[in-house]
Write a protein that binds this ligand. Structure first.
Ligand code: HEC
Length: 118
């Protein structure tokens, strides 16, 4: 039995960092960058997501997925969350809370918004 655990441990550890890159891909594939910015810093209209606490991000995404939102602005966000699986939410929030992309990329990026670059 302990052999199985020893075998699984590296997979779990590897799986952790892989979740980050999966989240990064999803962030751009799902168009989140279109509103929240290529560095997830948000803008005057959209909240910043990078470096936020993971439990908070998960909570918000699940609320939107369940079509619950307490502001009119939430209506913009709900369609983008409604298709997400639990696994995708886990990956996206890992990427956003652990955010460690090139720091020179970390700036308000209204001019380059939506070009899909990373
Ligand atoms: C059409 C623009 C748009 C897109 C695309 C979009 N969002 Fe949002 N998002 C918003 C707006 C507007 C809010 C603020 C809604 C509110 O006030 O409840 C928001 C809020 C959030 C929040 C809660 C942040 C907070 O501080 O309350 C999270 C988390 C989030 N978005 C994640 C994502 C993810 C992940 C994606 C891609 C799957 C995405 N968003 C795509 C517009 C967008």
């Amino acid at each position: 039995m302990s052999k199985i655990i020893l075998f699984l441990l590296p997979l779990l550890l590897y799986g952790g960092s892989d979740l980050y890159s999966m989240g990064k891909k999803l962030y751009f594939a799902k168009g989140c960058n279109g509103c929240h910015g290529i560095s997830a810093t948000g803008s005057n209209l959209y909240p910043a997501l990078a470096f936020r606490r993971k439990p908070f991000l998960i909570y918000k995404l699940k609320e939107y997925r369940a079509k619950r939102g307490n502001t009119q602005q939430s209506q913009l966000m709900i369609p983008f969350a409604s298709e997400l699986s639990d696994k995708e939410i886990d990956a996206l929030t890992t990427f956003l809370s652990d955010y460690h992309e090139n720091k020179s990329n970390y700036k308000m990026d209204t001019s380059t918004r939506g070009d899909g670059g990373s």
